[in-house]
Design a protein around this ligand. Sequence first.
Ligand code: PEP
Length: 233
Amino acid sequence: MRKIIIGNWKMNGDKRLIDEFAPLLSTSSYDCVMCPPFTLIDVARSNFPASVFVGAQDCSMFDNGAHTGEISCKQIFDVGGTHVIIGHNERRANNGDSDEVVAQKVKCAIRNKLIPIVCIGESKEEYDCGKTIEIVKKQISSLLQGEGIDVAKFFIAYEPIWAIGTGRTPTVSEVDEIHGHIYKFCGIYPVYGGSITYENHKDFLNLNSVTGLLIGGTSLNSKDFSKILSCLD
Ligand code: PEP
């Protein structure tokens, strides 16, 4: 199975960035999912090569209705979105996405034909206290509770909170060990995310326990991101 490279533009980018990326995404040794802000999903789908999947960075936990400002999974699907990042730490920390809300959003996404990319990971304090395994186990068990959750239908992204946008990463062997535990808990190896750059990406991607990479900051750099996709040295 091909590994997957997921780009998360966060609240960055505009139509010009789509134009800049479009010609650079046609050669890829990996499956690629680009997740721009909602407003750019449609234009990304129209301009990116068909081989590139386009995804959203969040979704509503409701199918439709009186939820002003929310975007539904059906609406994401309608404009060509195939994947959706759920439970990114920036949403857990700033928008009230608890483990329960994350589980509801995952069910809603699967119900509406989207592939969820569910983010889990520990804080710096939890890492320092050696609680990483306990935290990811709790996040996964809350995810797997209830009906309609089939791990074969989504990706898990292990993103230590302290590694997101900080330039710091766990060591390669720490990631390998944690991914091994995640496999034991749910039967799938996760994607790794947190301060991936062109320079360090191969160290993590080469691990058998790494299904792919979730890339934030570096996914806004068209040159580095396309070099990662095309395996150029
Ligand atoms: C992210 O936003 O999911 C992320 C991993 O960001 P960065 O690559 O910038 O650390």
